[in-house]
Write a protein that binds this ligand. Structure first.
Ligand SMILES: *Cc1c(COP(=O)(O)O)cnc(C)c1O
Length: 397
């Protein structure tokens, strides 16, 4: 006879295993049990054939990984605690002392900050290249280049590069190419088969924090590949760095994932409507939205994303230079539905003013605008209400 303290832990009841419901089960674990010592000794955390420890996966994390690999057209996926962690994991797995990594001049800022911070202190150098010039990238690839980052479009400034040409430049030199695919979300284009060419990137990282979560309440990232050896290399680093994620967060993303295509299309529709409306306003010097004609790289967007006719609900505007920082700050403060805040992909529309002078390396590509830039992330509010909000705030400029 065991005592209550033991019975409460080692209870003989197990529920019937016929449970079936729309959402997969939520399995949480640090410890995973083995049926005997032989099973424990035979453990192999490198494959999804079994379970060894919570850090290396549970049925819940495996399920999300498989769905994300499918979404992005890859075969393997690793989950990490944030979008930035997916960039860090890629860098740490593939770069060592003496290597060089190339980063587009308009890349997501923290990607560059990681390079000037930790990578530099590890003896890994980086160089920026002009994202809109594949010849510039080709010229900067050296004997020491081990990894090239690409991003489509660039964060904040929204130029859409010729991804196929950038990938071709890397292929010609046998250098691995990693894409930050947060904007495309696996929907706007196929990162592993660009425009049906059969050519694609080696690694696609994705801030699930944005559209896959969709709630503005979760931080998570993924690293997708379709090369088993490359995946294993990433997985070894993933394991050694202890990049665990909370299964409650995994459950949240699994719950949001089925509505991802509908939400992405809705964000896109509303964003294009508002971007087109803003393009007609005399206060606005330029709208930076790759699906709009006249936006930098529009032809590249059309070649890559035209078949799906999709774009994220994210765009920037440059105000006419007669409006100074104070004026543009007042515009942002006057918005009522658009909230001031970072990140994107949630239900609430967001606005952020940026100082491009601080973000862009002028030695690589010259920013042609004088006015202040403001980036919008279009949420899921009614588009007429958002337009009215923009109109009343423009009147306060
Ligand atoms: C938000 C974002 C990231 C980082 O995601 P976090 O989960 O916030 O770390 C990386 N790349 C791009 C392009 C992003 O927009």
């Amino acid at each position: 006879m065991t005592k209550p303290a033991t019975d409460l832990i080692h209870h003989p009841y197990t529920p019937p295993d016929t449970f079936d419901a729309p959402q997969p089960g939520v399995f949480k674990a640090s410890t995973v049990f083995f049926k005997d010592v032989a099973a424990m000794r035979a453990r192999d955390w490198r494959t999804k054939a079994g379970y060894t420890y919570g850090l290396h996966g549970t049925p819940t994390t495996f399920t999300l990984e498989e769905r994300l690999a499918t979404l992005e057209g890859g075969t393997e996926c690793l989950l990490v605690p944030s979008g930035l962690a997916s960039i860090a994991l890629t860098d740490f797995a593939l770069l060592k002392r003496g290597d060089e990594v190339l980063i587009p001049d308009n890349a997501y800022g923290p990607n560059k900050a990681l390079a000037t911070g930790e990578l530099a202190s590890f003896g890994i150098t980086h160089r920026l290249y002009d994202a809109m010039n594949a010849a510039d990238l080709a010229a900067r690839i050296s004997e020491r280049t081990r990894l090239v980052w690409v991003e489509a479009p660039g964060s904040v400034t929204m130029e859409f590069p010729d991804l196929r040409a950038l990938v071709a430049a890397c292929r010609a030199r046998g250098v691995l190419v990693a894409l930050d695919n947060t904007w495309g979300a696996g929907l706007a284009f196929d990162p592993f088969d660009l425009a049906g060419s059969g050519e694609g990137v080696d690694i696609s990282v994705h801030a699930l924090t944005k559209y896959p979560s969709g709630g503005g309440d979760v931080l998570m990232g993924s690293v997708v590949t379709r090369d088993a050896a490359l995946h294993l290399k990433l997985k070894l680093t993933h394991m050694r760095m202890g990049y665990g994620i909370g299964v409650n967060d995994v459950e949240t993303v699994l719950r949001s994932l089925p509505s991802l295509p509908l939400r992405y299309a809705a964000h896109d529709r509303a964003a294009r409507e508002l971007a087109n409306w803003l393009a007609e306003r005399e206060e606005v010097a330029q709208v930076l939205h790759p699906a709009l004609e006249g936006s930098p790289g529009h032809a590249h967007w059309k070649a890559l994303c035209g078949p799906a006719d999709l774009a994220a609900g994210l765009f920037s505007i440059v105000f006419d230079e007669r409006y100074g920082t104070e004026s543009v700050d007042r515009f942002c403060d006057s918005l009522r539905l658009f909230r001031l805040g970072y990140s994107w992909g949630g239900p609430t529309s967001l606005v952020v003013p940026y100082d491009i002078g601080l973000m862009r390396d002028a030695s690589v590509a010259r920013w042609p605008h004088k006015g202040t830039l403001v980036r919008f992330s279009i949420g899921l509010e009614d588009v007429d209400d958002l337009r009215a909000d923009l109109a009343q705030a423009l009147a306060r400029l």
